[in-house]
Design a protein around this ligand. Sequence first.
Ligand code: ADP
Length: 294
Amino acid sequence: SVVALGHLLMDIQLYLADKPDVGEAALVGELRYGGGGSASNFAVAARRLGLASAIITSVGFDGFGRVLLEELMREGVDISRVKIVIGQQTGTSFLLVYPSGDVKVFEYVGASEAVEPKDLSDAAFKGFDHLHITMYRLDTAVHAARLAKKLGLSVSVDPGRIWSARGLDYLRELLAEADYLLLNESEFRALLRGDVGEAFGLGIDMVIVKRGPQGATAYLRSGEIFEAWGFKVEAVDTTGAGDAFDAAFLAALLEGRGVDYALRFANAAGALKTTRKGARSSPTREEVEKFLAT
Ligand code: ADP
C-alpha cells in the first residue's frame, strides 16, 4: 500500500496540430480536460497495478475540485486525506502537447498546497508501506517524510522539474529522509549535476534516472548499477509517464522483486502510458504483464 503527497490538479491539455513556431499562432487539434498532478497520477497508477493507495493534497471548493475528487474515487484512491479549501481555486495545469508527444507544462498551484505540517499526524500514514513525495510545500513534505520514516514506511521523492531546478541545498532536509530518489535526465543534471555521490551522501539508498525512450538506470549505494532499455512504442503523450514509471517501479520493489525486474516493469508501464493521451491513462497490471510477455 502506498500514500502519495503532492499536487492534484486539473489538466487542460492542448494537443497541437502543428509545430507551434509558425509565426506566433498555432492550431490546436484536440482539447482535453482531466485529472492530473504528479502525486495523483502516481496514486492512480499504483491502484491500477493492484496496490491500495491514498493521496494527501488539497483542492478548492469548486467545480474542478469536485470533478477531481470524483475521478479519484472512481479509481479507488482513498481521498479521506484531501483538504478542501474555501476561497482558493483548484490547482490547474496547462499542457501543450507537441505532435512528438513531448509536453510543455504551465502549472498554477492554486489551492493544491494548502496541507500544512499541523494537518498531518501518525494517523495519515499508519497502515501504509510506502510514502511517495512529489513537489509540494517543503515544510509539509519534510514533516510527512519524518512521520513516515518513524512509522517504518519507506520513502521516495520524485522532485520533478521545478523542485530539481531549486537545487540540492533547497531539498537537503527532505532528501535526508528518503530511501529512493527518482529523476529524469534533465532533473538529474539540475539537482545532482550528474553525480549520484551527492545523493548517497545524504543517506539515499538508490537513485533512479529515467531516460525517456532510452529506458532507465538505477544507481545503488553499494556501487551496483542496473540498466534497462526502453521499449519501442509510438508515443503520443508523455504526460504522466514518469509517474506511471515511479508507481510501477515501487510496486515491484514493494512486492520483493529485484531492481532488474522493477526497472523493466516500470519501463513497460511508462512506455504504455506514452501511447495514450492524458495524465491518467497509465496501464493496469494485466496490460503491463501482457506487454512484457510479447
Ligand atoms: P518524465 O516523464 O518524468 O520526464 P521520462 O520522459 O524519462 O520522464 O519518462 C519516464 C519513463 O517513461 C521512461 O523512463 C520510460 O520508461 C518511459 N518513456 C517515456 N517516453 C518514452 C518513449 N518515447 N518511448 C518509450 N518509453 C518512454
